[in-house]
Design a protein. Structure first.
Length: 385
């Protein structure tokens, strides 16, 4: 049962944030090119919303530009649930090959690489991010906006991802992970951390200003609270339920608004922040929550849209937007520099948040909990369980 296998490591490492290292990681981190098996365990599906099969599949071969990474740990992002359900109007790998391995928060060890790879060694720690690779020569890539590349290859979406023991990643985009960090705790940084770090930078806030994190108790939200705190911001968290409130406050939220109990969320947020937060990071999967953020943001403030509820729209009242002079912007993961910076915040011990470790085979149960909004923080899968 899932509940028996959860080992919540939340907030136990305050004094020595990266000292904890699972035993399993220490012993399994020794794979070398000579010992790569032909097959491996993976979670694979062949139709959207169809069976998530835990089974043996071939270990992929790296292309000339790719690393082969022995994945130890993979976070489970709500995007993986969207990919499995197929609820975005963007084709997944199912359209081309008929199967998909999800996952894009994979942390592991480099065990092999293609002949064109430079600057990586066997045994390095590497991360699989949402942006697996991009063309590197279009206008967007040239300007450091690789996630906007028309040819972006996406882990767990157009490229088999990290819900398997061995996964490939373009060596240029793969994240460099320092050797002294816990691979289970760093895994969620590879999407959730990078994304919220970039979103906070996009909001352009100054230390001492208020930021609202809408969806503060979830995977991205928990990390957003910690990054915001590390940046010297004052945080009001918005989410539902006592457990999420407790977690958000423990992570650094100065105030919390429970959307399940509060009749007028915008009024409550404005009241707490003395006229509205200077910035809003929308990481909920709720169109309504995003719409509300346009009401409560402070004059001259910035609303950042990050969460991706299917088919959602927000409507901006032109007069309000002009007279309040509000910025409404989208933010989509981050580039290589954002990734390195977000990992660096973590490696310096500034970021800690609740993770729950489960086995790879338990993914279907995790998706059920995620759909119901029951997860506080992030699930991280042990690919060897
Ligand atoms: O680059 C990007 N833009 C990017 C990157 C990664 C993820 C976008 N995402 C998207 C995901 O695809 C997903 O749509 O961000 C969204 C959130 O991902 P997540 O943090 O992995 O999901 P979660 O752990 O399920 O957390 C969502 C939280 O939102 C709360 C839930 O209670 C949960 O804690 N929430 C909901 I649903 N309705 C809310 C509301 N009305 C709400 N919180 C406040 N008000
Ligand atoms: Zn993600």
């Amino acid at each position: 049962m899932l509940s028996n296998s959860i080992r919540s490591m939340a907030l136990k490492r305050a004094a020595a944030p990266n000292a904890y290292r699972p035993l399993a990681q220490r012993f399994r981190g020794l794979a070398t090119a000579g010992k790569i098996p032909d097959t491996q365990k993976a979670i694979i599906f062949t139709e959207h919303g169809g069976p998530l099969e835990y089974k043996d599949i071939p270990v992929p071969k790296p292309k000339p530009n790719e690393l082969l990474i022995n994945v130890k740990a993979s976070g489970v992002c709500h995007t993986d649930l969207h990919a499995w359900l197929g609820d975005w109007p963007l084709d997944t790998k199912l359209a081309t090959t008929g199967s998909l391995v999800g996952g894009h928060e994979g942390a592991g060890v480099v065990v092999d690489m293609g002949e064109n790879v430079k600057g990586w060694e066997i045994g390095d720690y590497a991360g699989i991010k949402w942006l697996n690779g991009s063309c590197l020569s279009c206008e967007y890539c040239e300007n450091g906006n690789e996630s906007n590349c028309d040819h972006a290859d996406l882990s767990g979406y157009t490229h088999d991802g990290s819900f398997q023991q061995y996964a490939t990643a373009d060596a240029v985009q793969a994240a460099r992970i320092p050797k002294d960090v816990d691979l289970f705790k760093v895994a969620p940084i590879l999407c959730a951390g990078i994304t919220v770090y970039k979103a906070l930078k996009t909001a352009g806030l100054k230390p001492g200003q208020w930021v609202a994190i809408s969806g503060a108790g979830g995977g991205l939200g928990s990390l957003a609270v910690q990054y915001a705190k590390a940046m010297g911001l004052r945080v009001v968290g918005i989410d539902g339920g006592a457990e999420k409130e407790q977690a958000a406050r423990k992570l650094g939220a100065e105030a919390f608004v429970d959307f399940t109990k509060t009749k007028d969320v915008p009024a409550a947020v404005k009241d707490i922040t003395g006229g509205g937060p200077h910035g809003v990071i929308n990481v909920s999967v709720s169109e309504q929550a995003m719409q509300q953020s346009l009401d409560y943001v402070r004059k001259k403030g910035t609303v950042v849209l990050v969460g991706l509820p299917p088919n959602a729209k927000v409507t901006a009242n032109v007069l309000d937007t002009v007279v309040k002079s509000v910025d409404i912007v989208g933010s989509y993961v981050g580039n290589r520099a954002d990734s390195a910076e977000a990992i660096d915040f973590f490696a310096r011990g500034l970021i800690d948040y609740p993770i729950h470790i489960a086995g790879l085979s338990e993914l279907p149960e995790i998706y059920k909990k995620m759909e119901k909004g029951e997860i506080v923080g992030r699930y991280v899968l042990d690919t060897y369980k």
